[in-house]
Design a protein around this ligand. Structure first.
Ligand SMILES: N[C@@H]1[C@@H](O)[C@H](O)[C@@H](COP(=O)(O)O)O[C@@H]1O
Length: 253
């Protein structure tokens, strides 16, 4: 089953496995940068995008894509973790992507989890995105409970970059990146739903059977704040890229 289908207005690409899905997403990002050398990319952390980043590194080394003109904004960061903390999303991005491609580090932005004045920092992050011209392509993963970035169930559709509490489920899922669950911060700074929906194009990648239920609710369930990813159906240029396992809960009728 390898196909592209429209589900409730969302272009959904189903690939045979996670590697092919990840490469398809890398191709979409590279195509954006080819179209516009000074693209503004919105980037995501988590396990899901790692293979996509690996592929982009290969493409950059092979001369297939040039990031020298690109600006990037990451979705989120844990409150209390500075960029030098190994489990911070800034450290993740440096290790998984930025240190290996020809992007200008000064034009890679991640919220500062140690900002002294969090509301002021969040407002500034929003205005920096706007000053950069807005996000051309936003990459997203998908939480098991339907969260996007750290917009947990119940996040308002008009939310902007702000401090949020993480659910016990999200803390437990993300504990695998830490030595123990007690080290996982309970709060984060995240772009809001409205910030994400402002992007001109959105590409969501989900892989593995563990995401099948969240994918089915996103694409075929009600559009509702209780499943934040379903709110993407209010956007007119979203591409969802899945492997067969993540597509396993779709009716595809
Ligand atoms: N804030 C991140 C999200 O941006 C990510 O999409 C999601 C899924 O993570 P994973 O890709 O590891 O399944 O969880 C995290 O909490």
């Amino acid at each position: 089953m390898i196909q592209t289908v429209q589900i409730n207005g969302i272009e959904t690409i189903v690939k045979a496995d996670g590697e092919q899905a990840s490469h398809a997403v890398a191709d979409l990002i590279a195509a954006q940068v080819h179209r516009k050398a000074d693209s503004v990319l919105g980037l995501a952390t988590g396990g899901t995008p790692v293979q996509t980043y690996r592929r982009l590194i290969e493409m950059n080394r092979g001369g297939e894509v040039d990031f020298s003109g690109v600006t990037s904004f990451n979705l989120d960061e844990y409150i209390g973790l500075g960029g030098d903390h190994p489990q911070s999303f800034r450290a993740f991005m440096n290790e998984q992507l930025f240190d290996h491609i020809n992007i200008d580090p000064a034009r890679t932005f991640v919220p500062d989890g140690c900002a002294a004045d969090v509301p002021a920092h969040c407002a500034k992050y929003e205005s920096m995105i706007e000053s950069a011209g807005g996000i051309d392509l936003q990459l997203l993963g998908l939480g098991h409970n339907g969260h996007i970035a750290f917009n947990e169930p119940g996040s308002p559709r008009d939310s902007r970059t702000r401090q949020v509490d993480l659910t016990p489920e999200t803390i437990e899922k993300n504990a695998r990146f830490f030595d123990s669950i007690d080290e996982v911060p309970c709060h984060a700074i995240t772009m809001g739903i409205a910030t994400i929906l402002d992007a001109r194009q959105i590409v969501l990648l989900a892989t593995g059977a563990g995401k099948a239920d969240a994918v089915a609710k996103m694409l075929e369930g009600p559009v509702d704040e209780s499943h934040p990813a379903s709110l993407l159906r209010n956007h007119d240029h979203v591409t969802v890229v899945l492997d067969q396992d993540a597509a396993g809960g779709l009716r595809l009728d």
